[in-house]
Design a binder for this molecule. Sequence first.
Ligand SMILES: Cc1cc2nc3c(=O)[nH]c(=O)nc-3n(C[C@H](O)[C@H](O)[C@H](O)COP(=O)(O)OP(=O)(O)OC[C@H]3O[C@@H](n4cnc5c(N)ncnc54)[C@H](O)[C@@H]3O)c2cc1C
Length: 387
Amino acid sequence: MDFALSPEQRALRRSIINFARAELGDGADDDREMRFSLDGWERCARFGVLGWPIPQEFGGVGLDPLSTVIAMEALGYACRDNGLVFVINNHLWACAVYLQQHGNDEQRKRFLPKMCAGELIGAHALTEEHAGSDILSMRTTAVRDGDEYMLTGTKTFISNAGIADVFVLLARTGEPGRRQDALSAFVVPADSPGLEVTRQWTKSGLRSTPMGEVTLTGCRVPADNLLGREGDGYSIFTSTIEWERCFMFANQVGVMERILEDCVRHARRREQFGRPVGANQAVSHRIADMKVRLELAKLMIYKVGWLKQQGKIALAEAAIAKLFISESHVQAALDAMQIHGARGYLAEFGVERELRDALGGTIYGGTSEIQREVIASLAGMPGSGRV
Ligand SMILES: Cc1cc2nc3c(=O)[nH]c(=O)nc-3n(C[C@H](O)[C@H](O)[C@H](O)COP(=O)(O)OP(=O)(O)OC[C@H]3O[C@@H](n4cnc5c(N)ncnc54)[C@H](O)[C@@H]3O)c2cc1C
């Protein structure tokens, strides 16, 4: 077992940190204004970020899974605009990777080169008003009509809706009920007739990522836009969710490292009672706990990257990584707020933004409770085995 990064991986990490520090803003204004940074997006596209996991033949960089984890971690560490990274996460892990893994060659050639170049922004439309954790209860329907499908329903809490050009969308092609083969996955361009973004939500964190509601009123898409076969939607979702749960959270490991460094710097500089606040064990032990969680999070995310590199299934490991990282990230941001005192609480210093940005991670990609369900079920507990 070798825990060392290769010289190429170390160089990759260094180049991403240099790029993000030099070219990407801190996102403070975008957070305040709830504004997506198109400039940051285009810079990331030019640097290759949007094609990291996509093979070169489809316009990507073709990084292997472990190097991709390291790259996402470095981006999270060095880019303070967590909302911009979340736009990229949704584009890559909840849309482009679906197409790469489950699209046919024609679909890949049609969408992936433009997605890697940043000309198309991707999104993932799954959740509905009545179908959050329980996706099998979704009501959006897709009815075959000649060479087309007609989609009807409403998807909500969809990240990137409003800026997205293309959605990977799940809809019901089978009878109502909880059958897994009743769902199908489609690639739906945002300009399809009958598709409308009908609402924008106001989020507490990740505010530079737009989130909206997508209404489909007899929306017509060519039958060629079906991913896999009719009825494959749920199995496509479960096989891709492993990637989402690992790679979408790699950046959070980088954020945790940045938060820890900010806290160490502050605890060494800030003096009260004639000595640095970090000289108190109550503070330094909090730092120690942050460091322990960071190191464990790194091990877990690298392990899932390594498993995917071997082409292995990592359903349990991805759920463990997602659960541990998202909860540790929230805890790191809470610790940072306490260590920074009033400066942690005030908007001017950026620490409270880290907390707001962290909170959603225990909800999207499957809530913490659902991850525990998955882990318990795979550990042999009787239960639902929900994904
Ligand atoms: C920042 C953010 C971005 C998002 N982006 C997207 C996106 O791009 N595309 C998309 O489709 N969706 C997106 N979502 C929606 C997200 O996937 C859902 O919020 C999530 O699946 C949970 O659904 P819900 O909010 O309806 O909660 P519910 O399912 O209603 O759950 C409410 C509470 O009950 C708990 N609960 C539910 N069922 C069980 C159970 N069986 N056992 C134990 N506890 C249970 C949950 O864990 C939760 O605590 C996003 C959400 C957030 C916060």
